[in-house]
Design a protein. Structure first.
Length: 64
């Protein structure tokens, strides 16, 4: 019997995220797969220091 692992491999790249606290676009690490993008947890906004866990990804700097 063969078990197939279909785990999407998440990659991390620098991108722009929208900080909801100071409403500025700041640089952050973005984790992405072909299916989704999300902010890597545990980062802080470089402007206001708020957690970026709830920030919205605007774009990836190295979008393929
Ligand atoms: Zn901020």
């Amino acid at each position: 019997m063969e078990i197939q692992m279909k785990m999407p491999v998440a990659k991390v790249a620098a991108g722009k995220v929208h900080c909801p606290m100071c409403t500025h676009s700041v640089t952050g690490n973005v984790e992405y797969t072909p299916r989704y993008m999300k902010v890597v947890p545990g980062q802080k906004c470089e402007r206001c220091g708020a957690s970026l866990d709830v920030a919205v990804v605007l774009y990836l700097r190295n979008a393929a």
